[in-house]
Unconditional design. Structure first.
Length: 114
């Protein structure tokens, strides 16, 4: 069974579990994604912390992390092997959806049971 016990490696938390990042679709409010620096920036670029190139537009109000909108979701920012040692490549910039996800909740237990 996975343990979400965190360790610090290279300044970023590394977790031993990561099943939530490979089990759920991660969507969030569009303004949480960063704005593009180029002149061709779209009107839906919000200026938030989540790297825009790691997301896809769902509609005018929501974006999603790439890799999480499939039958076998795995967030594009997830690094490592699920159940052994994983880390989030954008941990300080992750969306509110990820920040608010808690270990040992019903949702966490559903992900670990898959």
């Amino acid at each position: 069974m996975c343990s979400p016990l965190a360790m610090r490696i290279g300044g970023r938390p590394r977790l031993r579990c990561g099943t939530c990042c490979a089990a759920f679709r991660v969507s969030f409010y569009w303004a949480e994604a960063e704005a593009e620096a180029e002149a061709e920036a779209e009107a839906d670029d919000g200026g938030g912390p989540v790297p825009l190139h790691l997301t896809d537009k769902i509609n005018d109000f929501r974006r999603r992390m790439r890799g999480t909108w499939s039958d076998t979701p795995r967030c594009v920012a997830l690094q490592g092997e699920v159940g052994r040692e994983v880390g989030c490549a954008i941990y300080p910039q992750r969306s509110s959806t990820c920040r608010e996800f808690e270990a040992y909740t019903e949702a966490c237990n559903r992900a670990r049971a898959k």
